[in-house]
Structure formats: C-alpha cells, structure tokens
Design a protein around this ligand. Structure first.
Ligand SMILES: Cc1cc2nc3c(=O)[nH]c(=O)nc-3n(C[C@H](O)[C@H](O)[C@H](O)COP(=O)(O)OP(=O)(O)OC[C@H]3O[C@@H](n4cnc5c(N)ncnc54)[C@H](O)[C@@H]3O)c2cc1C
Length: 419
C-alpha cells in the first residue's frame, strides 16, 4: 500500500483518487476550494455533458492535441464504464444528440455528489480549503528525481510515495484552475508547452454580427479561411453574440484551426469565417436556381417572405442589410446581381474575425505539461519517479461533446490505477 496524494478535486483528481483507493492505496485528495468539483458544476450549461456515447476510437477522433498520447487512457476507460460508475452511485445517465451523455436529473451537482459518494465509500481522505504550494522532490541520479510529497501554503508538508497533479488548466480561474500544476511541472524539470485558450469564442468588428446577438444557426457549414487558403471545414451550431461568434461549431473551429488562425493573425493575414446557413448546405449555384424558381413562383411576394422559407427571419433581415437590399421589395424587382449577392450571403457568408476571446471565456486550455515528458501508460513523469499528471494540466484537449471531461476521467483513472 502506497501513500498517494492527489492535488485537485476536479474531474481528473476525483477519478485518480478513486482509482488509486480502489487499487488498495492510502489516498488523500487535496482541494484548495471549500468544495470540490467547482468546474464540473458549470459544465454543459449546468447539466454536465459527462462523456460521449462512443467507442475509444471515436474518443480519439475527437482529440485535437496529442491524440496518440491518449491511446492507453481512452482504451482503459470507456464511456460505458463512466456511465456504470455513476450508476453505481445511483445516478443514471441519458444520451442526447451527437452522443452527448448527461445525468438524467440534468444537474451537474448530481455528478459531483455521485463522485463524492464513491470517494467516501472507497476511503479517500478529502481535505478541502487546502492549497498546495509546491512538490517536494529529491535527486535520485543526475537525470532522475523522486517525488517525496507536497508543501502546503500554510507552511506544512505532507509526505507521499506518489503525487498526482490534477490541477486543471487556466480557463475560468474562478473555479480554481489557476495554472499551479504548470508551475509544479516546470519546477520539477518538465517542459510545459505554450498555453492558449481553446474552445473559445471568436471576436469580430463586423457591426451587423453584433446586432444579431442571440440568433443561432443549427448545423451550419463552417469554414475558416486564412488569406486565400481554407484551413478548416466542419458543420456545427453557430451563435451570434455582442462581440462576435460562438456556439459549439465555432468553439470547435477555434481549437481545431487555432494554430493556423493564430499564425495568420501574427502575419497580419485576414482570417475569415465562411458560413453556409442553409439547412441542406446547397452551393451558391444550386441555391441561386432554387431562389430563382421560388421568386418566379411568388413574384408578387416581398423578398423578405420568400427568403424566410429558407432561412430564419432574424437572420434573413440581417442578410438583406449586408447585401444592401430593402427586404420589402418584391422578388420580381430584384436585379440579377442582387439575387447573386443574396444567395452568396446565404451559402458563403463571410465574416472577418480579429482574434480569440481570453481564458476567462475558454472552455479548455490548449498546451500544458508536455506529453513527451510523461509516460502515456501510467501518466508518470519520465524523469521524476512518483510524480504523475492527469486531466487538463496536460497538453491534451478535444472538441466539445463530453470529450474533455472524458479525457479527465480517463487520464485520472490511468494515473491512479497503475500505481
Ligand atoms: C464553462 C465550461 C463548460 C464546460 N462544459 C464541458 C462539458 O459539458 N463537457 C466536457 O467534457 N467538458 C466541459 N468543459 C471542460 C471540462 O470542464 C474540463 O476540461 C475538465 O473539467 C478539466 O478537469 P480537471 O480535473 O483536469 O481540471 P479542473 O476541473 O480545472 O480541476 C482542477 C482542480 O484543482 C484545484 N487546484 C488547482 N490548484 C490547486 C492547488 N495548488 N492546490 C489544491 N488544489 C488545486 C482547483 O481548485 C480545481 O478544483 C467545460 C469547461 C468550461 C469552462
């Protein structure tokens, strides 16, 4: 039996503590907040999208950064296993669109309570309001150190054979994710890759976008263009906001195309989000003939009414503004160029974006403890015996859909169960 300390009572930390305790070790979980699981409470809009109902390959396909590193973790813990674990604590889950899994109660707090119940039953000692200030290590050889325990901010120390750092990233600092683990890793001699906001809304100066605040488009075709090159293409939901673009589809683009977009911003190249707003994503040419036929059929109707059978009204009004067309004109009065401009606005609406929002609005942190310095089959630092990492503190991240929490559960389980 080893003495195990887990730092961080988030998803990764609670799972690591549970796995280590169930493997027969003496486990203490240290959380600096008064209550554990503060970030879990705000996930999935307070409903907690716990995981995704997919197989390990599906999980890996959703990973944006360091997919290969997560192979053992994802194969070591399936979404079914996560759902069974919650069931063991009396919490049933359900599957929604896109395989998103939520507790049937639709309350994130129930996920935290279920985990706390399991932790208690497995004998994990939970110390809240307890902030770690550093990791104690000793030199083993020139190239290798050994972990001896942790120092707390009150000046005391706690000895341990294994320390698992599950302190999260840098997003939503109010939840306790303030990057402490990144510092611990650096101080222990590990590399930390550059951190940046991931799954984050995009900013635009285009005024009419701001005017559309609150309007959303389901399953838009989203492309990202830097200069003349299309660097990303996927479908997803888009939400117009008072600063720019958000919604799961845009958040995914911000992570998956983040590198390319950042490079373009640095070079001063324009970055454009191109949206096809039509439900069936017809091309500009296809839609032009559809619109032409509709106008011919309803030539007495105002274009506003003609277009609203293809696109929601609030959005259609904005598109008329973008194209400089009065919405009450009759369809038959539209000139060819005006019809073209309108079809292009529906099928390839161009919005130049100027940047990303900050960590305070990011769902995840991209970058973190370098996966090169961590053994993917145990989550142990290659150069520090007994020091392990799990969850968002690592340089791993995925798109939206329950995958980031699953990374936390899976890496946490691996870190705890392989001691
Ligand atoms: C608004 C929002 C919604 C999201 N929704 C979803 C979703 O629905 N589905 C999904 O899959 N993902 C979602 N995510 C992402 C997901 O929540 C995170 O990726 C995941 O929770 C990370 O878990 P973690 O345990 O690694 O880190 P965290 O949850 O950040 O936990 C780290 C813990 O460590 C503690 N800590 C930090 N430093 C110290 C220290 N020095 N001493 C002691 N304790 C310390 C912190 O207080 C915190 O409790 C969302 C994120 C946000 C911000």
């Amino acid at each position: 039996m080893k003495r195990v300390i887990v730092i961080g009572g988030g998803a990764a930390g609670m799972m690591a503590a549970l796995a280590a305790a169930e493997a027969g070790h003496s486990v203490t979980l240290l959380e600096k907040n008064r209550e554990p699981g503060k970030k879990i409470l705000i996930t999935g809009g307070g409903r907690c999208n716990v995981t995704n109902d997919t197989d390990p390959e599906g999980m890996l396909d959703a990973v944006v950064t360091n997919r290969k590193f997560l192979y053992s973790a994802m194969y070591g813990m399936t979404s079914e296993e996560m759902r069974n674990l919650l069931r063991r604590a009396g919490l049933e889950t359900k599957v929604e669109s896109g395989g998103r899994v939520f507790p049937v109660t639709e309350r994130a707090g129930d996920v935290v309570d279920a985990l706390l119940k399991l932790l208690k039953a497995s004998g994990v000692k939970l110390r809240t309001g307890c902030e770690v200030s550093g990791i104690m290590t000793e030199e083993l050889s020139e190239a290798r150190r050994i972990c001896r325990g942790v120092e707390l901010t009150d000046g005391s120390t706690v000895e341990a054979d294994v320390v698992i750092v599950a302190t999260g990233g840098l997003s939503f600092r109010g939840t306790g994710s303030t990057g402490d683990g990144l510092r611990f890793a650096r101080e222990a001699g590990l590399n930390v890759t550059e951190t940046r906001p991931g799954l984050v809304p995009l900013i635009t100066d285009v005024g009419w976008v701001h005017e559309l605040t609150g309007v959303s488009v389901a399953d838009a075709d989203i492309r990202v263009r830097t200069g003349k090159k299309v660097i990303y293409g996927e479908t997803g939901d888009v939400l117009f906001t008072h600063f720019g673009l958000s919604g799961p589809g845009i958040l995914n683009a911000s992570s998956s195309a983040g590198k390319g977009m950042r490079k373009a911003f640095e070079k001063g190249e324009p970055v454009t989000v191109v949206l096809n707003l039509l439900p069936d994503h017809e091309t500009t040419e296809e839609f032009e003939s559809v619109l032409q036929n509709s106008i011919a059929e309803h030539h007495e109707k105002a274009v506003r009414n003609i277009l609203s059978s293809f696109i929601q009204k609030s959005l259609a009004e904005a598109l008329f503004k973008v194209c400089g067309i009065a919405a009450d004109r009759r369809g038959s009065e539209l000139k060819r160029e005006e019809r073209r401009a309108l079809t292009k606005a529906c099928t390839a609406l161009e919005i130049e974006v100027t940047g990303f929002q900050k960590f305070a609005h990011a769902m995840v942190t991209q970058g973190g403890v370098s996966t090169r310095d961590v053994d993917p089959s145990t989550m142990e630092a290659r150069a520090v015996k007994g020091l392990r990492f799990a969850g968002e503190v690592l340089d791993v991240d995925a798109i939206t859909g329950g995958y980031n929490l699953h990374i936390a559960w899976a890496t946490g389980k691996l870190a705890g169960s392989t001691i």
